[in-house]
Design a protein around this ligand. Structure first.
Ligand code: USQ
Length: 425
């Protein structure tokens, strides 16, 4: 039996490939374990327009880890595994006809949709980046759904969403996986999508995606799994770690670097840790290897025909930003520096997230730990000469008030630099 997996890539430069052959589990009833039936052959196609590389040029920055050309990555994969991954250079958001043809030709069982601009700060940089994020993300998702319907291929769409759709106010209770039971006026009971409360243009596009999924699911029966993912940390998975040519991106800059990776990298270089505001923001975290495992679980457990959109919270644990900074500081001796927050966000929030559905499918979360921290710091040490220190400071501001606050914070900002000894080497 042959299964086809299409990965629409933009936000990652990772090779998207399942870690083992997986069964064609159709989840007839909600099962409590991953169903692995007879192994089947997986054909993987990556669809990518390489736009993340163009954004590097725009920002004058690059991944700390060197990223090879797609051809080199695919050759390395073939050399190491004997397997071929097909590559299609296609812009999902603008080349609809080619996408539809691809869907009709390949007829994939599953599509993993990563093809979105993924950085909240970049999406707040200015009108150009706001418009690009909306155009790219919303049109890309819509084109994919329309193409699934036109190709009549019954493809299961697995989408990388975000925890940020729920917002980060303190809700006073646990955030469920996607849906909440409500009592409408008149005492009517209903189950609805959790209210959307995005904190950036980027997060807003993921809320809009959720509505598109709801509509195409209701109208055309498209099967969708939306993964509300927390902040990813770490560098490689066991597969991308096999060879330097397969290495994942490691973004450390103020626009694309995510908080934990930034702190680990700053600590490795001796740069004070850039805590925004009071550091009282609580967020969900997940290691990159767990991300890959969760996607595999999602592919293996598609919703049954006629079921609503499946939503999982792809989060291992929640942590407060200043607690993470403290943990890294006490391990490394590198101090934290509290900067005026460039973002319009709650200074302090609690966050209690359910991931019970994912755990029931077999997800065993990797928690923040020193051994994995060391692995990230080894990678940062190896490539530290590629770091452009001026790119570490936050460079996008949510609004004028936040930009002015940063200007007034000149002294703290001027501390964010390499220690003399390292800088003069
Ligand atoms: N932060 C700092 N210092 C830094 C960087 C960030 O204090 O140097 C703070 C931010 O103010 C924010 C928190 O750390 O409160 C998280 O920021 P982040 O840049 O790590 O994550 P975020 O912008 O929320 O976005 C990232 C990914 C996005 C994903 C999202 C998951 O870029 O693709 O959807 O994490 S979540 O945050 O759960 O919505």
């Amino acid at each position: 039996m042959k299964a086809v997996l299409l990965a629409l890539a933009l936000s990652t430069d990772a090779l998207i490939a399942p870690q083992r052959s997986f069964g064609g589990a159709r989840r007839a009833a909600k099962s409590s374990a991953v169903t692995m039936s007879a192994s089947k052959k997986i054909l993987v196609t990556i669809v990518d327009n390489l736009s993340r590389r163009n954004i590097d040029t725009e920002l004058g920055c690059d991944s700390l880890t060197p990223i090879t050309h797609p051809e080199v990555r695919l050759e390395a994969w073939k050399e190491l595994t004997g397997k071929t991954i097909h590559f299609e250079n296609l812009d999902v958001a603008t080349e609809y006809d080619r996408l539809e043809l691809l869907m009709k030709t390949v007829r994939p069982d599953s599509v993993v949709h990563f093809a979105e601009q993924r950085a909240a700060p970049y999406s707040q940089k200015g009108a150009k980046q706001k418009r690009y994020t909306v155009d790219n993300n919303v049109c890309g998702t819509h084109n994919l759904l329309a193409a699934v319907v036109e190709a009549d291929c019954n493809t299961h769409v697995v989408h990388l969403g975000t925890m940020g759709v729920y917002g980060y106010g303190t809700s006073g209770g646990e955030i469920p996986e996607g849906y909440i039971d409500v009592i409408l006026p008149g005492g009517r009971e209903s189950k609805i999508l959790h209210p959307a409360y995005p904190g950036s243009v980027y997060h807003t596009t993921k809320c809009l995606d959720a509505l598109l999924f709801q509509f195409y699911n209701k109208n055309d029966g498209v099967r969708v799994t939306d993964l509300h993912q927390g902040i990813v940390w770490g560098t490689n998975t066991p597969l991308t770690g096999m060879d330097e040519r397969l290495t994942n991106r490691f973004d450390y800059d103020g626009d694309y670097g995510t908080v934990l990776n930034r702190f680990l990298m700053q600590a490795a270089l001796g740069v004070p840790l850039t805590v925004y505001g009071t550091g009282g923001q609580t967020r969900g975290f997940i290691h990159v290897t767990d991300t890959a495992k969760c996607i595999e679980l999602a592919i293996n457990n598609p919703p049954a025909e006629g079921e609503g959109v499946e939503i999982f919270n792809q989060v291992a644990e929640t942590r407060r930003v200043r607690d993470i900074a403290e943990m890294i500081s006490s391990n490394t001796g590198v101090p934290a520096r509290f900067l005026a927050n460039p973002r319009q966000e709650a200074a302090e929030n609690e966050l209690d997230v359910s991931n019970r559905k994912f755990r029931a499918l077999g997800f065993e979360p990797t928690l923040l730990n020193d051994k994995l921290f060391e692995e990230v710091q080894d990678v940062t040490n190896k490539y530290k000469d590629r770091c452009i220190p001026t790119k570490i400071l936050p460079a996008s501001f949510w609004n004028k008030k936040r930009a002015l606050a940063a200007e007034a914070d000149g002294e703290a900002r001027s501390d964010i630099k390499l220690p003399e000894a390292v800088a003069s080497r």
